[in-house]
Design a protein around this ligand. Structure first.
Ligand code: HXC
Length: 259
């Protein structure tokens, strides 16, 4: 499938998606959303693919935000009637397999929000995160006020959202936004390695683990614990549970069936 704004390639069981509008610092327009949605849906449907990595082309940006030039003339009525930005939520909800954001530079506004839609973020030392929408007279529209606050807490989220300042990779890691910070030239290797490790796990267990961690954001502790225990018990009925535990006892690598 040929895309205009993204590049997609399969590396064994890992799908690598590169946001590819370097002339606009990979700003996210309607076309990027449509193509990323399609690429993630294809990844989701392809049983040979176990994990995806989303990164930005060039050395400078993961994505410098939603495309300001696309939004500048858009009226409030148009945004309301199109439910502008709602497609991003649908894309996240439709993707049960994990994907990692490999943040290689600026992740601002919608760029930071897309990174936070991923299951976790691996950042290069050059990465810079921010929600600068306030400087444009608006506010985050794709989860910045919600996911950022859940990730880093109220104090730092308020600081970032109200001042529009950027934080570097080290601060983002200290704050809990970023899982790992790696040297810039090793970013893609590290992200692909992490993705390959995930893709090598039992497929149903991968989906369940993702669902359970996500549930921690949505439920009470007791509901979440029940959800966790029930899914653990259901996984115990899979052939892959028998295979995984038998392989451990027999000191050999497991061979997953996905059922
Ligand atoms: C459209 C963008 C863009 C964006 C950069 N560009 N960010 N185009 N939308 N979000 C374009 C520039 O216009 C320029 O193209 C080219 O990319 C290079 O950018 P420069 O500004 O020349 O680069 P530099 O001086 O290095 O500055 C980098 C930067 C800056 C600090 C990242 O580009 C910047 O501040 N960008 C905007 C960041 C931002 O505000 N993001 C949030 C967007 S709102 P031309 O052709 O002009 O040279 C959002 C959610 C909105 O994400 C929700 C509300 C509804």
């Amino acid at each position: 499938m040929a895309y205009e704004t993204i590049l997609v390639e399969q590396r064994d069981a890992v799908t690598l998606i590169t946001l590819n509008r370097p002339e606009a610092l990979n700003a996210l327009n309607t076309k990027v959303l449509a193509e990323l949605t399609e690429a993630l849906a294809a990844f989701e449907a392809d049983a040979s693919q176990g994990c995806a990595v989303v990164t930005g082309s060039g050395d400078k940006a993961f994505a410098a935000g939603a495309d300001i030039k696309e939004m500048v003339d858009k009226s409030a009525a148009e945004m309301f009637n199109e439910d502008f930005f709602a497609g991003w939520n649908r894309m996240v909800a439709a993707t049960r397999k994990p994907w990692i954001a490999a943040v290689n530079g600026f992740a601002l506004g919608g760029g930071c929000e897309v990174a936070m839609m991923a299951d976790f973020i691996i950042a290069s030392e050059n990465a810079k995160f921010g929600q600068p929408e306030i400087k444009l007279g608006v506010a985050p529209g794709m989860g910045g006020s919600q996911r950022l606050t859940r990730a880093v807490g109220k104090a730092k989220a308020m600081d970032l959202v109200l001042t529009g300042r950027m934080m570097d990779a080290a601060e983002a890691e200290r704050a809990g936004l970023v899982a790992r910070v790696v040297p810039h030239d090793q970013l893609l290797d590290e992200a692909l390695k992490a993705a390959a490790a995930i893709a090598g796990m039992a497929p149903m267990a991968v989906k369940v683990n993702k669902e359970l961690v996500d549930a921690a954001y949505e439920t009470t502790l007791s509901q979440g614990m029940l959800h966790e225990r029930r899914l653990f018990q259901i996984l115990a009925a899979t052939e892959d549970k028998a295979e995984g535990m038998t392989a451990f006892v027999e000191k050999r690598a497991a061979s997953w069936k996905g059922r």
